[in-house]
Design a protein around this ligand. Sequence first.
Ligand SMILES: *Cc1c(COP(=O)(O)O)cnc(C)c1O
Length: 489
Amino acid sequence: MINYISTRNSNISVKASEAVLRGQASDGGLFVPQNLEDLKIDYHRITNCDDFKSMAAAVWNLFLDDYGSGVITELVKKSYEGKFSSEKVTPLVKVNGAYVLELYHGPTSAFKDVALQALPNLLTKARSMNGVTDEIMILTATSGDTGSAALSGFSGVDGTSIVVFYPDGGISETQRLQMVTDAGKNTSACAIRGNFDDAQNGVKKIFREIPRPAEGISLSSANSINIGRLVPQIVYYFSAYRQLLDMGSIKDGDLVDFVVPTGNFGDIMAGFFARCMGLPVRRLVCASNKNDVLTEFINSGHYNRIREFHKTTSPSMDILISSNLERLLYYICGEENTASYMKQLEETGEYQISDAELKAIQDVFSAACATDAEGAAAIKDVFESENYLMDTHTSIAWSCLDKYERKEGVPSVVLSTASPYKFCASVLTALGLEVSDSDRKNMEVCHEYTKAEIPAGLADIWDKEILHNDLINPKEMMSYVVEKSMKSR
Ligand SMILES: *Cc1c(COP(=O)(O)O)cnc(C)c1O
């Protein structure tokens, strides 16, 4: 059985389902499998599977072993069957000079769907396995992508409800409509008269003060530090490898590089696990935008969050504290050093790892960053030369292709994390087209010009009924949650 321990203290040790249920360890650390050796397998066990779902079941069985394989088969089916518009779930496309792994064919057209369609099922099962009778109410503050993906994932899932707070006027029209048209009976999307920080602070306060807002209801979070969000992401690294084999682009055993548009380090951490399991991965390339805290860290060993925060056209990568990096630190530096670095980060805003630790990271990871302008140029170039349209996050990773040491004969796979239609205004600007105030108009213009298909989930939001109209002051968030939890009982 795999032991999940806190990255800061291995005495805190739980089974997989408990790690999913708790989300975060009681000492502030994150749950990780204690020994990487337990994860080492013959990777053919996964790449030889027939389809994405069987690969998912094989990966989940390894990491989430206390669920049992029968349960896992059922949960995988629930999570992915009929939910993704591509039969491959995460299809691989060859674009001149590299490959693009499209992770955005889920219900909200963002890569977070791969994990957030799975987490609710993993969480409700963990609840019954651990004798928890309380219903789970998920509480999230969102500046865009996470909120819609979480709403969609939890929508209609028995034993759960979800409340998402977003800044009024602070998210795109598309993102707002994706949330306020959600038809789940257990979902609420509520605007706050304030900015994202107000929403975030309000949520933190509620977690602190009323973890059980009503009898029989416990609060929980859907954020990316839950191991139940990370495990489902490991699968598509194997799926990419299998697709390269099927395309005849590699021979079995050949090495592959992955270039990952990174924010919270969850996506690329999943790649690290895939590599530890034995998948032939040469380098994992951490791609950042102008917020280059991870580029500096991977190149120098110095993590420093005391720096200017840049708002970019790849907002899901705008980050100063990259939470999942702590999981990598545990494997490289051990629990004591990890605890110490995290304490330094909290107290001083920075830490420096040792030369030996840095070298161990650099044996696997490369890092590069690109500006909005470089990303925009990549969108235009790749569209004009290859007739392939990328979003603003993918294009940052694409721009990093020629900023790391590529090796002759080793294919590079760029992870594509959002549909270009989710960030349509920036994509139009990159293409040199006129942008309107209306997202709907922008999508139409973009479609007319590029002929790229508009995802079904985005094409019809304009005509759907608006079901969530709530608008409150930050001060009212707590009573809002109490009221919703009384109703959901
Ligand atoms: C969340 C997100 C990312 C960053 O992924 P991490 O796992 O946080 O590193 C990149 N692109 C898009 C579109 C996202 O929504």
